[in-house]
Design a protein. Structure first.
Length: 327
């Protein structure tokens, strides 16, 4: 049995500039961090005396006997890519719901690849884990996704990722632990109750990149500015909250699928109640809304949004790791 633990992430600035269609021509930059909420993958060889060759448990139970009958796209693509011949049992557990904007699909892919590597007696580097996941999602599964989530899941940390043609660089944001703690204390997530398939939102964005190229340029420039604020010696984290508010209005310009009346209503009420800023995490269209607000405002928001699930987070610096292996 092999068990991997892979963190989810929150994205602050730069989303969209990690689309290959954009950064290969213009370069990209994103800022985000992994958090103390995780995806767990349990994998073991399934002996051939069981009735089915495969047993997969995610939000459904699959019992196929052939690879081509596998429904879960990431499991199917991974088994094919790594040429796994043995029968397998794969069980997925998660601290947060899938399709909610916290990079869950890539955390699943990275965690699964980590387990399959161990099954084959291989220790993948963090870079290999990320690159395999990017290749799996973009080239094999043909998903409309960017390139940041896989890198967060594999590496962990509070980072800036710079993209250019055929490569990326990962650099830690130079921010003290005290400031990081202050920042996380002032962040709160609310689940809108609506899960969405991010590929539909991202596909719409990618399709219209040329038409909206100036909005992407604007986001990239704003992310460079945000990095300077994060790393300023006299950082007041309230500045990040205010910048998130401005950034949210930029993000909405990328596609009319990023937000809807319900999200707009929640956002407006939060700002009216004293939150300094916020945004929908991930592609948009549902999932988690993140707000920057002090403790007293957060209490107000919890009462106001009592039908929504609130989640508090802390930053977590480790990427995907195998926490148990007796294969």
């Amino acid at each position: 049995m092999i068990i991997s633990k892979t963190p989810f992430r929150i994205s602050f600035f730069g989303g969209g500039t990690d689309f290959k269609d954009y950064y290969e021509n213009h370069g990209g930059i994103v800022i985000g961090a992994t958090i103390n909420k995780y995806c767990y993958i349990t994998l073991r060889k399934l002996p051939n005396f069981f009735e089915n060759k495969y047993r997969f448990v995610w939000n459904r139970i699959e019992l196929p006997n052939e690879i081509n009958k596998i429904i879960h796209p990431s499991i199917k693509a991974s088994i094919k890519f790594f040429k796994i011949k043995e029968g397998l049992e794969i069980i997925h557990a998660s601290d947060l719901p899938s399709r909610s904007g916290i990079g869950s699909s890539s955390s699943f892919s990275v965690g699964l690849i980590n387990c399959l590597g161990k099954l084959n007696r291989k220790n993948f580097s963090k870079k290999n884990l990320a690159n395999y996941a990017i290749n799996l999602e973009q080239n094999i599964m043909k998903e409309s996704v960017g390139s940041q989530d896989q890198i967060w899941a594999a590496n962990g940390g509070f980072n800036q990722i710079n993209f250019s043609k055929n490569k990326y660089t990962l650099n830690k944001i130079k921010i003290s632990k005290a400031k990081k703690d202050m920042l996380s204390n002032n962040l709160i997530l609310f689940f809108t109750g609506k899960s969405r398939y991010s590929g539909l939102v991202e596909k719409d964005k990618i399709k219209n990149i040329r038409k909206k190229i100036n909005y992407y340029h604007e986001i990239k420039e704003y992310t460079v500015k945000a990095k300077k604020v994060f790393e300023s010696k006299n950082l007041n984290t309230d500045e990040i909250g205010l910048m998130l508010n401005e950034y949210w209005h930029m993000k909405k310009k990328l596609s009319n699928k990023v937000t809807d009346n319900n999200i707009n209503s929640i956002y407006h009420e939060a700002i009216s109640s004293g939150a300094l800023g916020g945004k929908v995490l991930g592609a948009g269209g549902g999932g988690f809304l993140m707000f920057y607000a002090n403790d007293s405002v957060q209490k107000k928001l919890k009462k106001k949004f009592n039908k929504l699930t609130a989640v508090k987070i802390k930053f977590f610096d480790k990427g995907s790791e195998v926490i148990f292996n007796n294969e």
